[in-house]
Design a protein around this ligand. Structure first.
Ligand SMILES: [Zn+2]
Length: 313
């Protein structure tokens, strides 16, 4: 009896172990189905989630309230990158800082030129490409042209196409799902685009001044004109003489708004606007940049409504 009982319990133990192993394998397979993606900026996190849906787990290395030109590399970024299957980057040197973090991550998937890197600037009609070689020692942060194209909802089809190709490279079996997700997102975008164009129609041709030259794609899309910048050159603090000239231009041209981002010097924006008789206008320069702008469509919607309202006053 005793020996029979021992055999039974051995069998029982073996069965339990088998079940546990099966559960582990299933959950591991379940986890493995999600691609681990790291985006450099929140706009690209949002657009990757739109294409990847449930099949991806996306994290952003920066937040919507900080200047993407000036991200400080932290050890936690390297840890995130170590586990990544894919990196989604803006390119045009906006997020070149990621190279240092990737080096520290020891992850061959995501080294520059590797299959796990999606540079979404591919195919973007880049604006403000310098005609002369930019001297980096002067600190200009747009040496390859203006990198702030993600603010223009009109280029989201190109960005999401690049994301689709990159995700499908990593998980070809899910291409159909990625395509379906992208189409659903573009359909939503398309209907919002109709609303936004209508809202901007009455203020078409208006001139605005910006703090950092990051609104050109957005403004051009809706037929607005960028007349001046607080920063004399991208990323370089203005000299007093430049600000005197700027205020004069703003008065002459009867500029109504000065657009700035959450990380710009708010006091300076307010002072210039006041002197020129204009209104300082904080916009969501990135998803999450202002309250309520917590998705890609919500951020564009906030910018369109806020700007069109300010220009109509
Ligand atoms: Zn910039």
């Amino acid at each position: 009896m005793r020996s029979k009982g021992a055999i039974m319990s051995k069998r029982f133990c073996a069965l339990v172990l088998l079940i546990v192993a099966a559960v582990l394998i299933v959950s591991e397979a379940d986890g493995a189905r999600k691609l681990r993606v790291i985006a450099t900026i929140p706009d690209l996190k949002a657009l990757t989630e739109a294409v990847g849906g449930d099949l991806v787990e996306v994290d952003s290395l920066s937040r919507g309230t900080v200047n993407a030109h000036e991200i400080e590399i932290r050890p936690s970024m390297m840890l995130k990158l170590r586990r990544a299957d894919i990196v989604v980057e803006n390119g045009l040197e906006l997020d070149k800082w990621i190279d240092v973090a990737v080096q520290g991550s020891n992850n061959d998937n995501i080294v520059r030129g590797g299959a796990g890197v999606i540079d979404v600037s591919r195919g973007i009609p880049v604006l403000e490409v310098p005609t002369v070689r930019i001297d980096r020692s002067m600190g200009d942060v747009h040496p390859l042209g203006n990198p702030h194209y993600s603010l223009d909802p009109g280029v989201a089809p190109i960005i999401t196409q690049n994301i689709l190709e990159g995700l499908s490279r990593a998980a070809p079996e899910h291409r159909t799902t990625f395509e379906r997700n992208r189409q659903a997102f573009l359909a939503q975008l398309d209907s919002r685009m109709g609303e936004w164009t209508k809202l901007m129609e009455p203020v078409k041709g208006s001139k605005v001044v910006v703090y950092h030259p990051q609104w050109i794609y957005f403004l051009t899309r809706f037929g607005l004109i960028e007349t001046g910048w607080v920063e004399e050159r991208p990323g370089i603090p203005p000299a007093p003489g430049h600000l005197v000239r700027l205020v004069r231009v703003m008065k002459d041209e009867k500029i109504k708004v000065l657009i700035y981002a959450p990380w710009n010097d708010e006091k300076l924006a307010e002072r210039i606007a006041e002197e020129a008789g204009a209104k300082p206008l904080l916009l969501a320069a990135m998803v999450g940049g202002v309250k309520g702008a917590d998705s890609y469509l919500a951020a564009v919607d906030y910018n369109v409504r806020t700007l069109s309202q300010a220009l109509r006053q």
